[in-house]
Structures are given as C-alpha cells and as structure tokens.
Design a binder for this molecule. Structure first.
Ligand code: NAD
Ligand code: ZN
Length: 364
C-alpha cells in the first residue's frame, strides 16, 4: 500500500502527497528532497499526538539525521495563537535553527496550520513538511498551502499561503483517532463528492461499513480520491480568487454555527449542518430534487453527522455569517449545488433566503 500524488503550480511539481501505511519511508522521502543529515529538523506536535507517535517519528529520523528536535504544545484550537507561535520561535532561536533547517508538523490541522505559519515567517521562511494525523488534516488542511492562526475571536485571521515541501501521511494513525474526529473528517469528504464528483458521493454511501471499520484499502482509496479533488481545485486556483471558493460549500453557515457554539461542536459537524442548509437552498432554487436532498441528508446521517441542531437563534447565525472574512462587500459568497457533483458560487441570496436555510437546521 503506497500512493503518491504530485501537486503542481500549473507547470512544475512543487511537492508530493505520499499515502503510506507507516512512518517507514519518511527518511527516504526526506533524502529524496536532498535534505542532508546535518540539517536540523524540528518535529512540532501537540500534547495528544506526542505520546502516541513522537518517539517513533523521532527514532526513525534520528537514524539518518543527527539533529532531531521535538517541540510539543497543548492540544486544541485554543493553542492556535500568537503565544504558541512565539514559544516555537523562541525554541528555534535557542536551538540555533537557521534558513536551511526544517519543521515537521506532526498532528491534525491545528499543528499543521500553526507549524506552516511559523515556517512561513521564521527567518522570512524556512521549509516545512506536513505529517497529518487526523482524517480532516489528511484530506483537507495539509494540502493547498493555507497556513495560519486565530487572532482575538477570529478564526484563521492571520496567516500566509505557504506550501509544504512534502505531505507524508501514515494512514494507520487513524486507528487511534477518536470516532468523533472520523465523523468530523467525513463532513469534508462528503463535501468533496457533492461539489465535484457524484460517483464518489455514491461510492461513499456504498462503502459506509468499510469506512467505519477503517478498512485499509477502502480508507486509502477514499483519502486518495479526496486528496485529488482538493489538489485539483487548489492547483487551478491557489489563492482563492475563483474556483477554490467551492471548497467552502457548507462553510458559510457552518462556520457561523461553529463560532456560536464556541467551538464545542466539531468543524466537520458544523460543515455537515452547513451542507444541509446549502442543499436545502439549492432545492428551493429548483436545482436539486427533493430525492437528491433526501439522499444528501441520508449520506450525512450514515456518517453520524447531525442534520439539525437545537439552541441556536437563526438571526444570530445569519449575523455571524456576515462576519465571515470571505464576504465580498456586504454580500455573502454562497456556494450552492446545481446538481450532486456540481457546485457554483451564488452571490444573490437575500437575507430572507439565507434565514430560511438556517431555520431548516437551527432550532431555538
Ligand atoms: P486538531 O488538530 O485539533 O485535531 C483534533 C484532535 O485529535 C486533537 O485533540 C489532536 O490532538 C487529536 N489527534 C490528532 N491526531 C491524532 C491521532 N492520530 N490519534 C489520536 N488523536 C489525534 O483538529 P483537526 O480537525 O485535525 O483540524 C482542525 C484545524 O484545521 C482547525 O484549526 C481548522 O481551522 C484547520 N483547517 C485548516 C485548513 C487549511 O486549509 N489550512 C482546512 C481545514 C481546517
Ligand atoms: Zn472545512
């Protein structure tokens, strides 16, 4: 089991995404990138991932590289801030990291986003490598070069587009991931099918049992297809000037709910709710049929994503969608479905229409 996906800037390959069954090829991949044994490496990880995988990765790397460092910060979104970046800068300075040295992000999206941002800014940019360990980070956040941190109460407010030199994923780490995190990743994966590939959407429904059982071959195929969908979109629109916005399907309302829940709901769960609302609006506009809408809801519930939620005021959710940084002027950029597998950007939704979609999923 091993697959490789090259990511290009339109012309040249800028990095590859490696799907592996263990960490055994990590040194080989770094050597292929011409990283030499005397370059310093810093594994950045969080307090949950460290006890599970840091030693194994450190031991693997130490067999070839003579200076392997480990930096651990407390797990969770609350760490994705300037204080944690500051502590990492300090660690790098104290250990004399220079321009040639390299960061390795071992963890979920929080570790990846924060390490990528630190790499983008330390000494005006040093190389970094993504080793994503959650389903969400494997199919989504480790690809495409968006790095960043939260600032004040604003998510991903400060950041940079900065590409990794390699994305190396060991799919077997998904076995230690709490079930809720698998559910969260499935929100993004179902989204990939809905916006780009109807047959993939059907495939997910057909392989529900194997996916839940974390069947290695099915998992590999699923992650491979999802990574390819994300790669395809970001290659054509790296800086989100057009098509990349399609990846925000389910995210306008999803982010608003996530924020109002004070991040107690998982990202993928909120995306799932946003998908229900956006699909409902797509049906109201006459694009998708009632059967398609029912199929979408069915797929989400197969993967235990919620379809409705109590305790949210629809008007407050609407207000929160307006503070989304992806707004153009005062107009929310909404992603809707023309059909399953085909999404488009729609700017003309009225507040009343959006409220209608929100009310379908949010109940007081
Ligand atoms: P996360 O990084 O917080 O990981 C979720 C939890 O799982 C954490 O507690 C973590 O310690 C734990 N964990 C990670 N790997 C594990 C493993 N193999 N076994 C057991 N536990 C493990 O969250 P996430 O869902 O991976 O990522 C969410 C973050 O990603 C958010 O900050 C979001 O903004 C960001 N994101 C970024 C992009 C992008 O394009 N850069 C895209 C989507 C999301
Ligand atoms: Zn997302």
């Amino acid at each position: 089991m091993s697959k490789s996906i090259p990511v290009t800037d339109g012309t040249n390959v800028i990095y590859t995404i490696e799907l592996k069954k263990d960490f055994g090829d990590l040194c080989k991949e770094l050597t292929r990138l011409k990283i030499s044994p005397d370059q310093k490496l810093c594994i950045v990880t969080d307090s949950n991932v460290a006890p599970l995988y840091a030693k194994e990765v450190q031991d693997q790397l130490s067999a070839v590289f003579s200076n392997v460092f480990l930096h651990i910060f407390p797990a969770g979104e609350a760490s994705k801030n300037t204080d944690t970046v500051g502590a990492l800068y300090q660690f790098l300075i104290e250990n004399h990291f220079d321009r040639r040295d390299i960061l390795l992000a071992l963890g979920g999206g929080v570790v990846g986003d924060l390490t990528g941002f630190t790499a983008a800014t330390y000494l005006r940019g040093i190389d970094f490598i993504q080793i994503p360990t959650t389903l969400l980070s494997q199919v989504d956040s480790s690809i495409g070069g968006k790095t960043g941190i939260d600032f004040m109460q604003y998510k991903n407010m400060v950041g940079a587009f900065y590409q990794p030199k390699l994305v190396y994923m060991n799919l077997s780490v998904l076995h230690s991931l709490p079930g809720k995190q698998i559910v969260s990743g499935m929100g993004e994966i179902i989204k990939h099918g809905l916006i780009k590939d109807a047959s993939y959407f059907e495939w997910l429904i057909a392989h529900e049992k194997e996916i839940w059982a974390l069947d290695p071959e099915i998992l590999e195929e699923m992650i491979y297809i999802s990574c390819n969908i994300k790669r395809d979109v970001v290659e054509r629109d790296p800086k989100e000037q057009g098509e990349r916005a399609l990846l925000n399907f389910g995210h306008t309302i999803g982010h608003a709910i996530e924020k109002l829940s004070d991040f107690t709901l998982y990202h993928g769960e909120c995306v799932g709710l946003g998908i229900v609302a956006a699909s409902y609006l797509s049906m109201q506009l006459g694009h998708i049929s009632a059967e398609d809408f029912a199929r979408i809801k069915n797929a989400l519930s197969l993967f235990e994503l919620p379809l409705q939620i109590d305790g949210f005021d629809a008007r407050e959710v609407l207000l929160a969608t307006k503070s989304d940084k992806k707004m153009v002027g005062n107009q929310v950029k909404f992603i809707l479905l023309k059909e399953i597998g085909n999404a488009y950007i729609y700017r003309e939704l009225s507040d009343e229409q959006i409220l209608d979609g929100i009310r379908y999923v949010c109940h007081e």
